[in-house]
Design a protein around this ligand. Sequence first.
Ligand SMILES: [Mg+2]
Length: 214
Amino acid sequence: MKIKAAFFDLDETLYPLGNHVVSLVGEKMNRYIETALSIPREEVSSFREQLYRKYGTTAKGLVVEHGVNLTDFLHYSHDVDYQQNIVPSLELRQALASLRIPKYILTNAERFHATRILKQLQILDCFDGIMDVFDTFPETKPSPEAFERVLWMTGLTSAEGCVFFDDSPMNVETAHDLGFYAVQVGKRETINRGDAQIDRIEDFPSLDIFARNH
Ligand SMILES: [Mg+2]
């Protein structure tokens, strides 16, 4: 199979699972919900869990069910200190440079956050584009419509020959069902459907699909 393009999730895919930056963002999301929606602190976690299960992201649930301003919510919650938590990876930079096809970020976060993370990782210039939640909204991963929208945006007519990397099993499974070569990154949970699994994003050049293309 000829590979046409690669799509990368951002958070906990391009840097390791469990990074402190994710808990910092989560804490700020909780604080926003507590203040804006007057939800008691001890109920915020289960409130978010319900939205996540129903909509795939907290943000979509907040907008659809509670009329929250998406820009306000995302700017507030992603305003955290990246400097201390995200470490540049020369190995990842070299791996991306060896992949001579269009490379895109596909994130349910927003572009400003993605740009800051990619800059901190020192790989911002390795990508041909960033597609964020505002590009796909009201759909977000793992909705099939979100994937179809980004294929359209990048001028691709189908997912055939497209590789997709994500740490989230739901996102990997949907991408696989749509015809992407779907790779789970990290050991979050076992996936039911997918094409490959790697422990670290730096390991992707060792996947068969890339070896066959060289
Ligand atoms: Mg992720």
